[in-house]
Design a protein around this ligand. Structure first.
Ligand SMILES: C[S@@+](CC[C@H](N)C(=O)[O-])C[C@H]1O[C@@H](n2cnc3c(N)ncnc32)[C@H](O)[C@@H]1O
Length: 302
């Protein structure tokens, strides 16, 4: 995800950047979403605001700030601005090493522990799923595994994001070559159908495992609803958060994970100085964060 670069920054934008209203808009976005834009990136925020300012006919950043903070429709306007700001870069099978860790270590471990307790349900969460590629990747992976390892299990994938546009794309499940560039011919034939001459659409068996929902990871009351997760993927989302926001989100993930569950982050992300309750687990090419079971004193698994 990145603050977009689509609109060129003009001289007048540059002049506007000295307007303190932009700093206030930046702070509003931070408070609501955890997304922090340093001052040197304010010009990108200004570009994104420009589109919305035109749409609501706000003549100045200060007037637009009013739309975000005091006008009756402020929540709706903030949501529309967040849709402009949170544009997610993603594609299918972005992290094969994480899937390999799931296949070789994590799933066998979790399935064994849950089977022993008589549970045969598996809950995964793709948090910050953008346009859905990560969730469909997990769905393909689990479908492929289901004949062997997951026979008799019920699996569901919660896929959430803040961006309404991304979620609409995710629910439609129509993808071009860019999203599918790491998806094998075999999997394309098995789980997709032709949509038009350039794009494929996911088939119902893939969709049926997934529930897409709008969730702001910084919405503390909403975040308490997603308990009982076995594995959470929150990849390439936290890089846009500051330390305080990361800590808050991690507190939720920790309490939402079942004991023995795992969290995966993106390659460039880590929990260093963010949360020391998770145990770091090294897999070939990937790092997982493990929530130890109650009473775990070290040794043994993982
Ligand atoms: C770069 S995409 C990551 C997509 C996918 N996880 C991957 O790694 O390929 C980052 C996503 O995080 C979402 N995001 C950013 N802040 C968020 C927040 N506070 N709550 C929920 N989603 C957020 C953005 O909307 C964007 O879709």
């Amino acid at each position: 995800m990145g603050i977009g670069t689509a609109k060129p920054v003009t001289q007048s934008d540059a002049t506007d950047l000295r307007d303190p209203a932009y700093l206030k808009i930046r702070d509003v976005i931070y408070q609501v979403s955890g997304i922090y834009q340093p001052e040197e990136k304010l010009y990108l925020l200004a570009s994104r605001c420009a589109g919305r300012m035109g749409a609501v006919n706000a003549k100045t950043p200060a007037e637009y700030l009013e739309h975000l903070t005091v006008r009756a429709n402020r929540e709706a306007e903030l949501r529309l601005l967040l849709n402009e700001i949170t544009i997610g870069e993603t594609y299918m099978f972005r992290s094969p090493a994480q899937l390999e860790a799931l296949r070789r270590v994590i799933l066998p471990q979790i399935l064994e522990a849950k089977s022993a307790l008589g549970f045969k349900r598996l809950h995964l969460w793709s948090a910050g799923c953008s346009t859905g590629e990560e969730a469909y990747t997990l769905s393909m992976f689990l479908r492929e595994e289901s004949e062997a390892m997951l026979k008799g299990w019920t699996v569901d994938i919660l896929a959430t994001d803040l961006n309404d546009h991304s979620l609409t794309v995710a629910k439609a499940g129509i993808y071009g070559e860019y999203a599918l560039r790491s998806t094998t011919e075999l999997l394309r034939r098995k789980y997709f159908k032709p949509h038009d001459d350039k794009r494929l659409q996911v088939t119902d068996p893939l969709k049926s495992l997934i529930r897409f929902e709008r969730v702001n990871l910084r919405d503390d009351s909403k975040m308490t609803f997603f308990k009982g997760m076995d594995i959470i993927f929150c990849c390439n989302v936290l890089i846009y958060f500051d330390l305080n926001s990361k800590r808050k989100v991690m507190q939720h993930f920790y309490s939402n994970l079942l004991p023995g569950g795992y969290l995966f982050l993106g390659h460039a992300e880590s929990l260093y100085q963010v949360d020391d309750r998770f145990h770091l687990v090294h897999f070939p090419g990937a790092i997982g964060y493990w929530k130890p079971p109650v009473g775990y004193t070290g040794g043994g698994k993982p």
